[in-house]
Design a protein around this ligand. Structure first.
Ligand code: CP
Length: 316
């Protein structure tokens, strides 16, 4: 297994099975600090820099919270408009990360441009964590999701995932790559205009990922062990900010409701949603035994703790 020390976390495309399991092991060891709200001093001499060019609630704050839990320091920006990268100068990624690398020991970046964290990694002498790049990938979210399933189900092999939502979405890319390392069958449900690219489907095929498409959640929910949801009423992830007032309603084919769960779902099926949600997952589902997205949100802190500890050498 490759070392995590000093490593960039850019994509799950090249991750091996043992690496997922190693990260899960470290999550297990560090989870008590998050659960007990008891900070440790594992990274007391390290600083995280957050560079968020796109809005975020969970990813930025979970990464920052993780660093605080590990006793480290945090600086950064949550809105590029307040930096020279977002004003008249439009400072380049190269020049920006040449600055940020002096301010800390690891950079967590979200960007509306696919590939921006990879470009940052070329220029930075400190590790880069991709916190979502355009339609590209969202590796830390998907690691969180898989860890949640692993804890809730005790395994990943042999499970059936129903993945519903916009298949251009970065989480769908990262989870597709991750499926290649486990014995997972996946069913994809998406509108035609949100279809995965032919190139991505070819990649999954080459990786022997078992993925078939059906038209609606009703068709697949009965077989699903894991219901993995994203909105189809979706922001444009190639934009820095999307404040459109017009938001449509989700067609029934892409929704999961309390009634469907009662009538069709396996008794022990679990629902994950990286959030934020629209109306594809009504709030009354929260009170069912299937909901796991709040645990998933908690695990988001634990996962970032594990990644930071490994990358910065506190847990090798
Ligand atoms: N799940 C997720 O990426 O949420 P944020 O956009 O709030 O970070």
């Amino acid at each position: 297994m490759r070392s995590f020390l000093g490593r960039d976390i850019l994509s799950l495309k090249d991750w091996e099975r043992a690496e997922y399991l190693r990260v899960f092991e470290v999550c297990d060891r560090l989870a008590c600090h998050a659960r007990d709200r008891r900070n440790t001093d594992l990274l007391a001499h390290k600083t995280l820099v957050t560079a968020f060019y796109q809005p975020s609630t969970r990813t930025r704050l979970a990464t920052e919270a993780a660093m605080h839990r590990l006793g480290g320091h945090v600086c950064g920006f949550a809105d590029a408009k307040m930096t020279r990268a977002g004003d008249f100068y439009m400072e380049s990624i190269k020049d920006t990360v040449h600055m940020l690398e002096y301010y800390g020991d690891v950079i967590a970046m979200r960007h509306y441009q696919q590939g921006a964290p990879r470009e940052a990694a070329i220029w930075a002498t400190v590790p880069i964590i991709n916190c979502g790049d355009g339609w590209g990938e969202h590796p830390t979210q998907v690691l969180t999701d898989l860890y949640t399933v692993y804890k809730e189900k005790g395994r990943l092999d042999g499970l059936n995932f129903m993945c519903v939502g916009d298949y251009r979405m970065r989480t769908m890319h990262s989870i597709g790559y991750a499926f290649s390392q486990f014995d997972i069958e996946a069913t994809a449900i998406y509108p035609d205009e949100m279809a995965p690219t032919a190139e991505f489907l070819d990649e999954l095929k080459a990786l022997n990922v078992k993925l078939r498409r059906v038209e609606s959640t009703m068709e697949a929910i009965g077989q699903a062990d894991v219901i993995y949801m994203e909105p189809v009423v979706q922001a444009d992830y190639t934009k820095g900010r999307d404040e459109s007032k017009e938001k449509g309603l989700t067609p029934a084919a892409y929704k999961v409701t309390r009634e469907m769960l009662r009538e069709k779902a396996k008794s022990d099926a679990i629902i994950l949603h990286s959030l934020p949600r629209m109306d594809e997952l009504p709030a009354d589902v929260d009170a069912t035994r299937h909901a796991r997205y709040w645990i998933e949100a908690f695990n988001g802190v634990v996962m970032r703790m594990a990644l930071l500890a490994l990358i910065l050498g506190a847990m090798e």
